[in-house]
Write a protein that binds this ligand. Structure first.
Ligand SMILES: C[S@@+](CC[C@H](N)C(=O)[O-])C[C@H]1O[C@@H](n2cnc3c(N)ncnc32)[C@H](O)[C@@H]1O
Length: 227
């Protein structure tokens, strides 16, 4: 199954294959409510895939002004942009430099204060003493390799694939306690292997679960110590 087919599935079949292929190669502006959101080539469209747009609304509804939030794996920056709008102090992180540029561009276009940093999880903050109140992550949750046999990262590979044994989830769960008091991770029950992804997350509390355009999405909270 190609990445494009998986993106189609993730969108509930609402978007066509040719449209996705065309879109994947060009920057475009996506309507996000009444706001424009720039989507650069190779960056996941958070409105078409639904998860990012839903997470942005949920996170912003819970955030308080002055709280220090990390938008991990920021992509277009949609979650951090929503958090900044309600007064949170936002650091957006992505391993993909195109995503970091995309988040910076959207922050500038919408006039929102977001610090955008290229980093493999929190590695750029190692040894800095920086800590955050909460990190929110629309984690890649499809089982499968990020790169092909020759080591080339697949299109949307880092955005969608967690590794054969959900390594992206396991690594994040192990890494976040040094840097944040709480982590919020969203998982979709649509396609992929929800049970496997949920197991990789380990002990976590359900914050909220919603049916979004035919797709069940669950947001889980993890704390470094059991409550
Ligand atoms: C499912 S996408 C979510 C994008 C965006 N937050 C949204 O909701 O539309 C996952 C994002 O995580 C990023 N990512 C994957 N592995 C990462 C890592 N080790 N460190 C930081 N970001 C990573 C990908 O580049 C991608 O942008």
């Amino acid at each position: 199954v190609s990445v494009i087919d998986r993106l189609r599935t993730a969108s509930g079949g609402r978007v066509g294959r040719r449209w996705l292929l065309w879109r994947a190669r060009r920057p475009y502006v996506r309507e996000w409510g009444d706001l424009p959101l720039l989507v650069l080539p190779g960056v996941l469209d958070p409105v078409a895939t639904k998860v990012g747009a839903w997470l942005a609304g949920v996170a912003a509804a819970h955030a308080r002004p002055g709280e220090r939030w990390v938008d991990m794996g920021c992509g277009t920056g949609i979650v951090g942009l929503a958090l900044a709008e309600v007064g949170a102090v936002v650091t957006a992180i992505d391993i993909d430099p195109v995503c970091v540029r995309n988040a910076r561009a959207n922050a500038a276009l919408l006039g929102r204060a977001v610090e955008a940093v290229e980093s493999d999880l929190f590695s750029a903050f190692s040894g800095t003493g920086r800590r955050f109140d909460r990190v929110v992550y629309n984690v890649p949750f499809w089982p499968g390799p990020v790169a092909d046999a020759a080591g080339n990262v697949l299109p949307f590979g880092r955005a969608m694939y967690a590794g054969a044994d959900f390594e992206a989830i396991r690594t994040f769960v192990a890494a976040f306690p040094k840097f944040a008091d709480e982590a919020w991770v969203v998982l979709s029950e649509f396609g992929g292997d929800f049970a496997g992804a949920r197991a990789a997350l380990g002990p976590a509390e359900l914050v909220t679960r919603a049916l979004v355009q035919g797709e069940w999405l669950s947001l889980f909270a993890l704390t470094p110590r059991p409550r």
